[in-house]
Write a protein that binds this ligand. Structure first.
Ligand code: GDP
Ligand code: MN
Length: 409
């Protein structure tokens, strides 16, 4: 999860600042989150030192991999969530047998509601120091920002909340990029040993390049560790990539296949719909992102809870409407659907035909509340005459009706 710090920047593992309706209070940034093992692969390709590691889907596989490593390993749950260490999702194992047991305990485990399907088997590091290091975008200066702390590790959330002065922030000039001497200014505050300062500075420059070249919204290493031999190594990795840039990141797009996303979001994306799953029970179909945001806000305002954000986009087609309803009615949480259309290029009769067609094709008795205004409104009215779907006179009444229906069910 990501959220705003008071300076507008975000941190991955530091989630003390999350506010509950984040996705409703501001447009949600859509990003593709990589698993640690994927982040590690990218780090290695970017010249960032990482421990040798492989991913395993079964205890047996974890045992075999550990035997191949021939050293002490760390077994780590692969989920899109920080705090795995505290949740028991990170275990050290001295032998292949121990590794098998650790993987058995971690696979299938739930971490903050996410089931663990894979574990990372990584060569264990003899850790001397744990550092926090990340690059993200600072919303205030609208520039990349490096954040770092000598007090890295699993307590970083608490550090950020209680002693924010221990978090170093360095805003980068995006034209000049992060130059070596600037990286060194940051890392000099993290390590006492000058060799470590230099190694960490190189690593930070590489991390910055990955952030820029990969169109990332966050790259984070926590902990970045100094080991007993004086090596500076990334012992954990978090990489979020801006979805809007994926068209020019074919190399990164391949990581998506391995990510278990919300199946409705995947289907919607394949159908060319702009869809985000939310937790509530009122399904929404709206045209235009602004109206879709307003609809989600109004549902909350009137005491309801939206099941999703869905922007049909500018043009309308009967087929698109049927697909959208198919996704939304298929969500077991949905009690009623609110269709809110302000038709310009979109035609009301297309929307009405889409709803009628969906009613024929999709088995569902969930009520549909319809607010429809604009181009070909009368034609739509005529099409819906005599059906159980009526056009509510205003957005306010549409929203209120949907909230009442959802509450009564
Ligand atoms: P997170 O809790 O989800 O952020 O998972 P991390 O990968 O950051 O691991 C949590 C903690 O486990 C780290 O802060 C370390 O203290 C510890 N840890 C992780 N990897 C190793 C390792 O290779 N060796 C040792 N000794 N500890 C490790
Ligand atoms: Mn971590």
């Amino acid at each position: 999860m990501c959220f705003s710090l008071d300076n507008g920047a975000r941190m991955g593992e530091i989630d003390g600042f999350a506010f509950p309706n984040e996705s409703l209070d501001e447009p949600r940034e859509v990003e593709m989150k990589l698993y640690e093992y994927q982040a590690m692969e990218l780090f290695a390709r970017s010249g960032i030192p990482t421990p040798f590691s492989r991913v395993a889907s079964s205890p047996e596989e974890a045992r075999q991999l550990t035997a191949e490593v021939g050293k002490k390993v760390v077994i780590k749950a692969q989920v899109h969530m920080g705090g795995r260490g505290k949740a028991g999702g990170v275990k050290l194992a001295e032998t292949p047998d121990e590794a098998e047991k650790a993987a058995e305990a971690i696979l299938g485990m739930q971490i903050k509601g996410l089931t663990v399907h894979k574990v990372l088997v990584a060569e264990a590091i003899d850790i001397k120091n744990e550092i926090y290091l990340s690059v993200t975008i600072d919303r205030v200066s609208k520039r990349p920002i490096v954040m770092a702390s000598a007090a890295g590790g699993v307590e970083i959330e608490q550090i950020a909340a209680e002693t924010p002065e221990k978090i170093i922030k360095y805003i980068v000039d995006p034209i000049a990029g992060l130059r070596s001497f600037e990286a060194r200014k940051v890392t000099a505050q993290l390590f006492e040993n000058q060799k470590a300062v230099g190694k960490a500075a190189n690593l930070l420059v590489n991390l910055y390049h990955l952030f820029i070249n990969g169109d990332c919204s966050l790259v984070e290493i926590n902990p970045l560790v100094l080991d007993a031999d004086g090596n500076v190594i990334a012992a954990d990795g978090k990489v979020d990539i801006d979805d809007n840039a994926l068209y020019r990141q074919p190399e990164l797009l391949k990581y998506r296949e391995a990510i278990d996303e919300d199946p409705n979001e995947v289907r919607a994306r394949e159908l060319g719909l702009n869809y985000v799953s939310l937790d509530g029970d009122i399904g929404c179909i709206v045209n235009g992102a602004g109206l879709a945001m307003a609809t989600v806000d109004w549902i909350q305002l009137f005491g309801g809870s939206p099941a999703n954000f869905l922007d049909l986009g500018g043009s309308s087609s009967v087929a698109k409407m049927v697909r959208a309803l198919d996704i939304i009615l298929g969500n077991p949480k949905v009690k009623t659907v609110l269709v809110n259309i302000l038709a310009g290029i979109t035609r009301c009769d297309d929307i009405a035909n889409g709803i009628l067609e969906a009613r024929k094709q999709i088995q569902s008795d969930k009520p549909i509340v319809l607010r429809l205004a604009g181009t070909n409104e009368e034609a739509a009215q005529a099409l819906l005459e005599g059906t159980d779907i009526q056009i509510t006179p205003s957005m306010r009444e549409g929203v209120q009706t949907a909230v009442e229906i959802a509450k009564s069910k």
